[in-house]
Design a protein around this ligand. Structure first.
Ligand code: ATP
Ligand code: MG
Length: 488
């Protein structure tokens, strides 16, 4: 088996071998090579001890209790190659807290190191000099069959480290693999082991599931395996909650489909989380509307924003993400309610949600719509929204655009406050609209000095002309925006 290994990596293994040690590329990167994916990082395992590794390379660091030495490569710009982690073969001791091995013992046998690894697909080692894979647990076979299976007895492996439960689900979402039946049974029967795992570690795996290409499958697995209560218990209530006629799906499935829609569009984490949580409080807000003869959900976005904040805080997400997602959930109803779409309503919404978030809110609406299973958005209406947002965001044409203001005019012309200043400003605007290059402090100040000497009637007429031109130019810009979106 021959893989193309970056020279920065084979340099490290071969340097170790030259000194009489064994060295292999190991773990996730071998799995990725077999899957034709570019590894996110390169790990090397060796029978050399930390001080023996350090002695072989010009620049290293060693700041942990697991024996991992970082070999630093200053010449490369590839972030996956700047530090290559080299770890001695390890045997892990007891895990009395289900989280950390109590002791780490270095070993001389590669078998020891491979058998402590979580899944068969992650327990492969590759010799860069012999071009051979060491596969003690059938990892290659499992990769070929797209199967996630623990190395050794599943229950005890999960008891050693409960995080492996979530890693299994995460890899299944990232790679599109199935979890093998015994491994799956062990997860289901030991779900409560997640209680022992810090929220930060849970969050990191949860984020990887959300950011994978198949977050819907990931969440379905989380639900099916009984893991939801330990990650986002609030989602459980949405299962099976029926909606109104506009929706083909119950709330839970609607949320998953919205999230999947966001993933299919490669949207970032904040939008994906907003898609997943936007209707989280529909179960609590659901009332039978006699008049409407269907279910109503008034105020679910207000409650939902509060619940989302609680969920994300519990998962220890950074404040910036919490605020952004909560804000989007709070205002997500805006674009769903087509009667609200007037220009002034769009302006008010921009004030509410913030200029920087308005396009994300629009994208959330797209996901929400995908999640309802309704036919594709009427393209005209979508373009109309885009045009309205651009129109509302645009700075109107005004004397505020000028590189001079009333105060400066008074200063250079030595006149006192009065209508003359307004006339001069508008006369100057007229000139700048004709020729934008004239919008410099120097030109306008000189021009103001000339204009001030005109008879007041003449100046007033010039000012009026400026006002008219301003309105025309404004209309012209709006027309341009609309026609660029092909709407009237
Ligand atoms: P990726 O980097 O793509 O997220 P990975 O498999 O490389 O996936 P890492 O967290 O980088 O995952 O870990 C590297 C290797 O270390 C794994 O492939 C596995 O062999 C081992 N490993 C990591 N975490 C655990 C764990 N909790 N229990 C057992 N082995 C683990
Ligand atoms: Mg890795």
């Amino acid at each position: 088996m021959t893989f193309s290994i970056p020279t920065e990596v084979s340099y490290v293994t071969e340097q170790l071998e030259k000194d009489g040690f064994e060295a292999f590329v190991v773990g996730g990167c071998v799995r990725d090579l077999l899957l034709n994916k570019t590894p996110k990082d390169w790990d090397i395992t060796t029978n050399a001890k930390p001080d023996e590794i350090i002695a072989l390379f010009p620049k290293t660091f060693y700041e942990n209790t697991f024996g991992t030495v970082g070999v630093v490569n200053e010449e490369t710009t590839d972030p996956t190659l700047t530090v290559i982690e080299v770890t001695p073969y390890r045997i892990e001791g007891e895990y009395s807290d289900n989280r950390h091995p109590d002791t780490v013992i270095f070993s001389q046998k590669i078998e020891d190191d491979l058998k402590r690894r979580d899944f068969t697909m992650n327990s492969l080692a590759y010799s860069t000099s012999k071009k051979e894979i060491i596969d003690l647990f059938g990892g290659q076979n499992d990769i070929e069959n797209k199967i996630i299976r623990t190395v050794g007895d599943s229950v005890s492996r999960f008891k050693e480290d409960g995080l492996r439960i979530l890693r299994a689900v995460r890899f299944s979402a990232e790679l599109g693999f199935e979890i093998e039946a015994n491994t799956e049974k062990a997860i289901f029967e030991n779900a409560e082991l997640l209680k022992n795992i810090s929220m930060e570690r849970v969050r990191d795996e949860f984020t990887k599931i959300i950011m994978s290409d198949r977050p819907m499958d990931g969440l379905l697995a989380i639900k099916k395996l009984g893991l939801l209560p330990y990650i986002v218990p609030e989602l459980e209530k949405t299962v099976g909650v029926e909606q109104n006629r506009a929706h083909s799906y119950h709330v839970w499935e609607h949320l998953l489909r919205s999230l999947q829609g966001a993933a299919d569009k490669k949207y970032p984490l904040d939008l994906r989380l907003a898609a997943l949580f936007h209707d989280i409080s529909k179960p609590e807000s659901r009332r039978w509307g006699k008049e409407q003869d269907t279910w109503t959900f008034y105020g679910h976005e207000v409650l939902g924003a509060r619940t989302t904040k609680k969920i994300l805080t519990n998962l220890k997400y950074p404040t910036k993400i919490i605020e952004k997602v909560t804000n989007m959930v709070r205002w997500h109803m805006f674009f769903s309610d087509t009667e609200q779409i007037t220009l002034s309503a769009v302006r008010r919404m921009i004030v509410n949600v913030g200029r920087e978030n308005i396009w994300d809110l629009m994208n959330l609406r797209i996901c929400d719509r995908i999640g309802t299973g309704r036919p594709k958005e009427d393209p005209y209406r979508l373009r109309k929204y885009h045009a309205m947002i651009e129109e509302a965001l645009r700075d109107p044409i005004s004397v505020g655009m000028l590189k001079i203001d009333g105060k400066k005019i008074m200063e250079v012309t030595e006149i006192t406050p009065g209508p003359k200043i307004g006339y001069i400003l508008h006369a100057l605007l007229e000139e700048v609209l004709e020729d934008p290059k004239k919008n410099t402090a120097e030109y306008l100040e000189n021009k103001a000095k000339i204009l001030v000497n005109l008879p007041i009637k003449e100046l007033e007429a010039l000012g009026e002309k400026g006002k008219m031109s301003k309105e025309e130019a404004d209309e012209e810009e709006i027309k341009k925006i609309r026609s660029s979106h092909h709407v009237k």
